[in-house]
Design a protein around this ligand. Structure first.
Ligand code: HEM
Length: 399
């Protein structure tokens, strides 16, 4: 019998801020896929099982095209027609359009290229730790460290001037933070688009040494480059920023894991993968069935939107032993925090470099790092935010 999820959960009632909503975990215990009616009446599905999520992500019968899918699992947007993604915004496209934009970028985000960046990431990290030390011994880790470090890294990579960083941080927070009104999101989007149009024109006039300038010789139009830059900027910093802040919170709340990591920093790479799995900040993505598909005994009709709950799939006991435990010694890899298939995160090696540098540097610099407020007072992003995380994380240490 088909399991039905009455509505998409809007909070995390389980008492642990790092766990996916209990309703999704309970749904997965019934079935890896549940029926779910969107607020506008559309009959869709939510997938919570690991194997099924992974196979849908790799299945070309499921599309990422924005214009085909329902848009929000909680808010009712009625019958509004959403146009196709603008040129260059390849996250919301299928092949062959998607590949036209992704291919020229792949070589710029390889493991080797990102390793070369490590030294610069170390410098940026150290500068922020110095500033934190001066400002402390109590600071908000989000504004002092977790946001600015990845913001500077992605701005430098794309050739966005340093002084414009704050503008991006603020506007991208509005897109992804889940708290701005539709009007504010619209204004932020237009402001960023205008800025990027000017940036691309400036690079054409005066190319510099960065990813955007490197693409000027291709057959991509300025409008396409602008769309690609938007995807890179918005995907590239809020996710990493939230991993750094929420990851620190999770370590502080799991003192045995924190102590194990402090005692042996060679476990950092493993700890980063485990934090990615455990927290899955990019928690949900949508796909739409392009044809009738039979999956796990369920008939998914063409046109149905399928919500892929990556955070719940990453807690599937059929795939991960003791999935709700943060265990930095875990051996069972293969998490879906960077997704899978053609849209698998392009910037994952960059994100890994940033986290592998930032976590040990932070722990080394502040051996007595702890929360400055009771854990229940840490302000979390609302569940409807696209990217989960903490709004601020007051921390302190022995000066
Ligand atoms: C810990 C940090 C990050 C997480 C958790 C994350 C997660 C994800 C996920 C889940 C997707 C796939 C969405 C889907 O399947 O529809 C994705 C796509 C993408 N990410 Fe990341 N990401 C992170 C950091 C970055 C960084 C640093 C960049 C820098 C450039 C980046 C650039 C992209 C791009 C361009 C895409 C679109 C890929 C495509 O459609 O082919 N991400 N990311």
């Amino acid at each position: 019998m088909t399991h039905i999820l009455p509505s998409m959960p809007t909070s995390r009632p389980s008492g642990c801020p790092f766990d996916p909503p209990k309703e999704l975990v309970d749904a997965r215990e019934q079935s890896p896929i549940s029926r779910f009616v969107f607020p506008d009446g559309h009959h869709g599905w939510v997938v919570t099982g690991y194997d099924l999520t992974r196979s849908i992500l790799a299945d070309p019968r499921f599309s990422s095209r924005r214009e085909l899918m329902r848009h929000h699992p909680v808010i009712d947007y009625g019958d509004i027609e959403v146009p196709p993604a603008p040129p260059g915004e390849f996250l919301l496209m299928d092949e062959p359009q998607h590949g036209r934009y992704r291919k020229p970028l792949v070589g710029k985000f390889t493991v080797r290229r990102m390793r070369l960046l490590t030294e610069r990431v170390e410098q940026i990290t150290a500068e922020h730790l110095d500033a934190m030390e001066k400002a402390g011994p109590t600071v908000d880790l989000v504004t002092a460290f977790a946001k600015p470090v990845p913001a500077i890294v992605i701005c430098e990579l794309l050739g966005v001037p340093y002084e414009d960083r704050g503008f991006f941080q603020d506007n991208i927070d509005k897109f992804l933070g889940g708290e701005a009104s539709d009007e504010e999101v619209g204004i932020a989007y237009v402001a960023v688009q205008q800025y990027l149009a000017e940036l691309v024109a400036a690079k054409r006039a005066n190319p510099t040494d960065d990813v955007l300038s490197d693409l000027l010789d291709s057959d991509l139009t300025d409008e396409e480059l602008q769309g690609m830059a938007l995807i890179l900027l918005s995907a590239g910093f809020d996710t990493t920023a939230n991993m750094l802040a929420l990851g620190t919170f999770a370590l502080l709340q799991n003192p045995d894991q924190l102590a194990a990591l402090r005692a042996d920093l060679s476990l950092t790479d493993q700890a980063v993968e485990e934090l990615l799995r455990y927290l899955t900040v990019a928690k949900q993505f949508f796909r739409v069935a392009l044809e009738d598909v039979e999956l796990g005994g369920h008939a998914i009709t063409a046109g149905s939107t399928v919500v892929l709950a990556l955070n719940t799939a990453n807690r599937d006991p059929a795939r991960f032993t003791d999935p709700h435990t943060l265990d930095i010694h875990r051996q069972d890899g293969g998490h879906l925090a960077f997704s899978h298939g053609i849209h698998q995160c392009l910037g994952q090696q960059l994100a890994r470099v940033e986290m592998r540098v930032a976590f040990p540097a932070l722990l080394n610099r502040f051996p007595t790092l702890r929360l400055a407020v009771p854990a229940e007072q840490v302000a979390l992003r609302p569940e409807i935010a696209d990217i989960y995380g903490v709004k601020s994380l007051p921390v302190t240490w022995d000066a």
